[in-house]
Design a protein around this ligand. Structure first.
Ligand code: KG4
Ligand code: ZN
Length: 350
């Protein structure tokens, strides 16, 4: 099956064409093209994503990105079997552009269309092959635990099948990526702070400052990152009051260690509680090398639990993961549901 994926939930205009095969328990994917047009330059002066500007940029970029994607994958719209678009969660003005573009294509070419949950996309991204090994086939087992860490969400999910994903823990305030970005802003780093904080952390001492690991002793699987961010703010204020030069790399490294240890602690607890056979990682923060290593090291210590993570190009927002999640959702539909999967029945925001 050839699937066209469209993703515009935040500040990246993404279109992808993939080839999908196999059953729901073990799907196989080949990415034919995966184009991402970033809007970082547009939003950087504001220190965060401006929804109305994101919408305007998506509207400007979507047709050229679609054209490039089709050309690179050597696919014609007529040969597409299914269109998948992110419907939620995300910024509504941004989502509308992707969903309405997808609907127009589905109407004009009389193709089935399916709405995809962005966070499910981040989970299915684990099954996409590494671009360096095009035919790589990744095996998933159930139950699986997924840690989704993005700019807007931090969730632990229980995955009983690829179409049965339930939230078992989530942040009560800031998302992990948002916390990385805010710490970056406190340190005067340009937007988005996350990757910059991670890069500086590599040169710093992670044990220089003792920062809190919020909710680590709570019984549940929830997170809270706003206290950690505030602790970094107080640390910076304290150092400034003492007229000391800010040891930026040490602050980044100490913050990153606290955030990563908190995420790993809860993920291991979830894997034990639900007797997980495999742990998956997803979302923009899954690009963080320290998190990838720490989860890998800690899951290795558990008996009979495997670990998968998305290949680097599929950690941040992309449409290949949306096309792949569209495939698994399609496989779960009944015949009558498949007949109703047309442009009239899909809406942004739901
Ligand atoms: O999934 P994503 O691309 O977009 C959303 O769905 O939100 O995630 C973006 C988030 C941003 O907060 C960004 O700063 C963070 O992921 N991020 C990182 C790294 N790369 C991206 N955070 C920590 N370390 C990184 N290497
Ligand atoms: Zn995302």
């Amino acid at each position: 099956m050839i699937i066209l994926g469209i993703e515009t939930s935040c500040d990246d205009t993404c279109v992808s064409v993939i080839e999908a095969s196999g059953v729901l328990q073990q799907p196989r994917f080949k990415v034919l093209s995966n184009i991402i047009s970033s809007q970082i330059k547009t939003h950087a002066p504001f220190g965060g994503v401006m929804p109305s500007l994101a919408s305007r940029e998506h509207a400007k970029n979507i047709a050229p990105v679609l054209k490039r994607t089709l050309r690179q994958s050597k696919t014609k719209l007529d040969n597409i079997n299914l269109i998948a678009a992110t419907t939620h969660p995300g910024l509504l003005p941004a989502l509308i552009i992707g969903v309405e573009s997808a609907k127009t294509l589905a109407w004009a070419k009389n193709k089935p269309i399916i709405g995809v949950n962005h966070l499910h996309g981040h989970i299915i991204a684990n099954l996409l092959p590494n671009p360096k090994q095009k035919t790589e086939h990744k095996k998933i087992k159930f139950p699986a635990i997924g840690l989704i860490v993005s700019g807007g969400h931090t969730e632990l999910v229980l995955i009983k099948s690829l179409n049965n994903i339930k939230i078992i823990g989530q942040t009560r305030d800031d998302a992990a990526g948002e916390c990385f970005d805010k710490v970056g802003r406190l340190l005067g780093l340009p937007y988005p702070g996350g990757p910059r904080v991670a890069r500086l952390a590599e040169k710093g001492d992670p044990d220089k400052f003792n920062l809190p690991r919020p909710m680590i002793n709570s019984e549940n699987l929830d997170f809270s990152f706003s206290g950690l961010k505030t602790a970094v703010l107080y640390l910076i204020q304290d150092l400034k009051n003492q007229k000391l030069q800010l040891p930026i790399a040490d602050i980044c490294a100490s913050f990153q260690k606290a955030a990563v240890e908190t995420l790993v602690f809860k993920t291991v607890a979830a894997a034990k509680k639900y007797n997980a056979k495999i742990v998956l990682l997803g979302g923009g923060v899954s690009a963080n090398k320290s998190l990838r290593k720490a989860i890998n090291d800690n899951i290795k210590n558990l008996n009979n639990v495997d670990f998968l993570m998305p290949p680097m190009p599929y950690t941040l927002d992309n449409a290949a993961m949306i096309a792949a999640a569209g495939y698994t959702k399609w496989l779960g539909l009944t015949l009558s549901q498949k007949k109703k999967a047309d442009w009239k029945n899909i809406r942004a925001g739901t």
